[in-house]
Ligand binder design. Structure first.
Ligand SMILES: [Zn+2]
Ligand SMILES: [Zn+2]
Length: 373
């Protein structure tokens, strides 16, 4: 597993970015597989070395963790590198992206320390990455139209709070892993119908690091993680619809990287359920509201207060309005998720015919009847 990226490029450990770039170009030129002098394996190694050393963060990690860092830069292990709270997995219909912006609402504080380790193991890039977690959160229609923050309670594998994910008891010493003799790999015999094969696998005890602790953390048994209750705040984007999903990168279960406590966490997928409203029906970003008015209001016209998602507004009912007529209230609907603008509200007018009449009402209707109404 151990490769010296500096040596591969032929530069010193304190080489500048420029020197690294130049050295890479030179080496890549020399070993390019299309050339006669080319060497594909070497070319790949050089590329791998450059990918790590040309990236400030990866180079820092490599310097710190040395050879056990190895594949992390080259493979999928770091593909979700760091922390975008951006991910918005569209509910399907639109395929849009929603940006949470930089103000992750303090998420960074909670999980910032478990990112970026990426001590990947070549053979299995996903080993050590925590599981993704899916949860539902229920909101009201009112909450869907304004900036809303919700607490999500989950019970998931998190960094052990006793050892901070390191897996070691206080005062324990680092020692070369006994299982693999410090190589980080074990050889397994596989029997198949074609014969027996020896296959190198990542050491299950040290996860490829080559080192373990002589005393394992008593809280987590050396796993570096325990199941914990977590409350995560999530900002619900304005205009979100039922069934749409928000992805919080790195808020899922932690993975396991013993030794240094570095871990790649899975993602948290939050599916938003918008409750049915007692008054309003949602159609996309528009709102439908059924309004019952009396016969006299319809005939004479009126000014009444009606509810909207933004509070009560005055509605003018023109005289002579017919049942089924729709009055449009511009931009009284839901803010578009994708950007500026709002949907509208449609007031569907229904004229209520009284089922029972008082004596006096009956008399008045008799009068109207005589008038041909
Ligand atoms: Zn622990
Ligand atoms: Zn080992």
């Amino acid at each position: 597993m151990s490769k010296d990226y500096y040596e591969l490029l032929g530069v010193s450990k304190d080489a500048s970015d420029d020197e690294i770039k130049k050295a890479f170009r030179k080496a890549a030129h020399k070993h390019h597989p299309d050339k006669e002098s080319g060497d594909e394996a070497k070319f790949k190694e050089i590329n791998e070395a450059y990918q790590v050393l040309s990236d400030k963060q990866k180079r820092g990690q490599y310097d710190q963790f040395g050879s056990s860092f190895d594949q992390a830069g080259a493979g999928g292990g770091q593909s979700h590198g760091g922390f975008d709270f951006s991910g918005f997995q569209g509910g399907g219909q639109n395929g849009f992206n929603f940006e949470f912006g930089g103000d992750g609402g303090g998420f960074g504080d909670i999980f910032g320390d478990i990112f970026g380790g990426g001590r990947g193991q070549g053979q299995n890039q996903n080993q050590g990455k925590g599981n993704d977690v899916s949860v539902d959160v229920e909101i009201t229609l009112e909450e869907a139209v304004v900036e809303t923050e919700k607490d999500i309670n989950i019970f998931i594998s998190s960094l052990c709070f006793v050892c901070d994910g390191i897996g070691a008891e206080k005062g324990s010493k680092v020692e070369s892993c006994k299982t693999c003799g410090g190589s980080g790999q074990v050889t397994k015999q596989r029997r198949t119908i074609l014969g027996t094969f020896a296959q190198n696998e990542i050491c299950p005890d040290c996860q490829g690091v080559g080192e373990t602790f002589n005393k394992k953390c008593s809280a987590c048994g050396g796993d570096g993680k325990t199941k914990q209750n977590k409350t995560i705040k999530v900002k619900i984007p304005v205009g979100i619809a039922d069934g749409q999903t928000i992805r919080l990168s790195g808020q899922g279960e932690v993975g396991f990287r013993p030794g240094k406590g570095n871990s790649i966490a899975g993602d948290l997928y939050i599916t938003v359920r918008v409750k049915q409203h007692s008054l309003f029906e949602r159609k996309g970003d528009d709102i439908i509201y059924n309004l019952q008015i009396s016969i006299s209001q319809a005939a004479l016209g009126d000014k009444i207060n009606i509810p909207t998602l933004q509070g009560e507004v005055k509605l003018k009912i023109p005289s002579g309005i017919q049942s089924g007529k729709i009055i449009k209230l511009k931009e009284k609907g839901i803010t578009h998720l994708q950007g500026l603008g709002k949907g509208d509200m449609f007031v569907v007018v229904q004229i209520a015919i009284p089922e029972k009449l008082s004596k006096n009402q009956k008399k008045l209707f008799e009068e109207l009847k005589k008038e041909g109404i």
